[in-house]
Design a protein around this ligand. Sequence first.
Ligand code: TMP
Length: 253
Amino acid sequence: MARRTKIYEGKAKILYEGPEPGTIVQYFKDDATAFNAEKKDVIEGKGVLNNRLSEYFMLGLAQIGVPTHFIKRLNMREQLVRQCEIIPLEIIVRNYAAGSMSKRLGIEEGTQLPRPIVEYCYKDDSLGDPLVSDEHIAAFGWASQQDMEDILSLSLRVNDFLSGVMLAVGIKLVDFKIEIGRVYEGDFQRLVIADEISPDSCRLWDIETGQKLDKDVFRRDLGSLTDAYTEVARRLGVMPKTSTPITKPTLIN
Ligand code: TMP
C-alpha cells in the first residue's frame, strides 16, 4: 500500500495530500489540548464526533451560500477539503462574554453583549495567539482591507447561521472561532471558511440549565467531553452511524 504524504500535523488534526491537486485530506485526531497544549489528553471518539459535526456545519453554510473548504466526508475520521492558503488569523465572534474576554475586561461570564463582537488573534502558538487589531493586520499585510471587509461579513453570517441552528436545539452559541482561507480561481481569489467548526472551537451552553457542551468541559475538568459532544450531535441529529460504540460502554454494577 502506498504511504500518504503528510503535509502538516497540528494539535487536533493531520493534513495529508489529497487525491487530486488542490485537495487535502483532513484527519481528526482524538487529541485534546488546552492552554496552548499545556494540558493534553486523548479523548476517545472526539475526532469522530468533530469530523461529523464539522461536516454538518460546513454543509449547512454552503446551503446558505457561505463558501467553505469542505468537499466531502471520506470516512469516520477524514474529510476531503479544498487546499487553501490560511489567513494567519483566528477570528473569534462573541455573543455573550466568556473566557478570555471576561478575564480581559472583567465582564461576568454569560453577560449578553450589546451586539456580536468580532476579535482577531494572530495565529502563532509560540506567541499564544495574541489579540491584534485591524491596524496590525493591515500594517503587517496579513490581510487586505477588502479581505477584512469580507472576513467580517462572512464571520457574522456564520454567527447568524450557527446561532440559529443551535437555538433550534436548545443551545446558546456563546462564542466561536473560525479560520478563513484563500482559494485562487484564475486571476481571482475567494475567501472560504476553512479548518473546522466543532465544539472544540465554540462555546455552547444548554439554554435551560447552562450546562457546558464544548471544550470548556475539558479545559475546566467539568466531566466527560465525549458525552458533551455526543449530546450536541444527538440534538442536531448527527450521530455517527457505526456498529461499534465510539466510547467504551459504562459498566453499571
Ligand atoms: P477565548 O475566550 O479563550 O479567547 O476563546 C474564544 C473562542 O475561541 C472559544 O469559543 C474557544 C475558541 N478557541 C479556539 O478555538 N482555539 C483556541 O486556541 C482558543 C484559545 C479559543
